[in-house]
Ligand binder design. Structure first.
Ligand code: UDP
Ligand code: MG
Length: 326
């Protein structure tokens, strides 16, 4: 990493977005060129695309954008590592005193960046964008997102702001803290929340996707949700001892009741239904708790392997003076 020499760096993870790069660069550079620094001059900025294993002409589109404007740079990963890893790669390679991760589909309006910079100049180190409403999302997506934020914040000590995506401004200090975090599981919202600092919000309306289609289906979102909760909370691991204790106490009481009833009114053979229910219920609870144990153990395995979070295949307009995280 060089010294932070620019005011603003945008990190844009892209996977199969060939049609989105051109429109993104022209709209965003117009907005950024119009920004005024306190001394009245223009702000210095860069856009860093992270090509996250695209199969289409995304890389060529990034190269073309770089040829037109050297402030647009790119990093191509060796395969698809996922958006969180792509963001980590971006944080490792940007030079700005402030950094804004933003999606390429222009769902996050670049005009908001001006408001974020203004808050940063007031002294805030994290300015996250909060969606005023989620009307561009489908109803099931809204409901599941809502449920997720509640579950996460209920289970975890590090609260994540509701309905704030990755679109936010980070001061260099925050970026450096996140870069030092050793974990392989890069649930970014969780890392941002953990790091603390002076935080504030700006509201914005999230637009419809301009071109292409979403890369996140419900299964990917579910996996992301599990990553988020397991990285931020150990409550799902610990709750079983309490549940087990409660069930054991109830079972003890029931055993006493059965013993007394047998003494008072003799042996009572029927009981098939209650035995089945108890066996199946306990079997279910045991498998569930084992599965949750498995989720955590699997993640411990991934962490102990210490593999790199991403692998860079190619750099566009980057020079060679950049260090790689190993
Ligand atoms: N993306 C990525 N790697 C992936 C999936 C998505 O870099 O494996 C990028 C994608 O190209 C886009 C951003 O992450 O710039 C957000 O994706 P998308 O718009 O599909 O998500 P949504 O807005 O639907 O949640
Ligand atoms: Mg999108």
């Amino acid at each position: 990493m060089e010294e932070a020499s620019l005011t603003l760096s945008l990190i844009v993870p892209v996977k199969n977005e060939e049609a989105a790069i051109g429109p993104f660069v022209s709209r965003v550079s117009a907005v950024l060129d119009a920004l005024r620094a306190p001394d009245g001059g223009g702000e210095s900025w860069e856009i860093l695309f992270i090509d996250d294993g695209s199969q289409d002409a995304t890389l060529a589109a990034i190269c073309a954008a770089n040829a037109r404007d050297a402030r647009v740079r790119g990093l191509s990963l060796s395969r698809n590592f996922g958006k969180e890893a792509a963001l980590s790669a971006g944080l490792d390679h940007v030079r700005g005193r402030t950094v804004v991760p933003i999606d390429v589909d222009l769902q996050d309006p670049p005009e908001v960046i001006g408001d974020m910079l203004a808050k940063w100049r007031e002294g805030y180190e994290v300015v996250y964008g909060v969606r005023r409403n989620r009307m561009t999302d489908s109803l099931p997506k809204r409901l599941t997102a809502d449920l997720y934020y509640r579950a996460h914040n209920w289970l975890s000590m590090d609260k994540i702001p509701e309905h704030a995506g990755d679109f936010r401004l980070l001061d260099r200090k925050v970026v450096d803290v996140i870069r030092k975090m050793p974990e392989r599981n890069r649930f970014m919202k969780g890392l941002f929340a953990w790091s603390g600092f002076r935080q504030t919000a700006v509201e914005y309306d999230r637009a419809e996707r301009m071109v292409g289609e979403t890369k996140f289906n419900y299964w990917k979102l579910w996996t992301l949700a599990i990553d988020g909760i397991t990285s931020a909370s150990t409550v799902p691991l610990r709750v079983w001892s309490y549940l087990g204790a409660v069930i054991a106490i109830i079972a003890l009481g029931y055993a006493g009741f059965l013993a007394i009833r047998t003494i008072v009114s003799g042996i009572d053979v029927p009981g098939y239904a209650s035995i089945m229910v108890a066996t199946l219920f306990l079997g279910g609870v045991q498998l569930l708790s084992l599965g949750i144990l498995g989720e955590y153990v699997g993640r411990i395995l991934v962490e102990t392997k210490h593999r790199p979070i991403y692998v860079v295949r190619e750099r566009i307009g980057m020079g060679d003076a950049h260090s790689e995280r190993q």
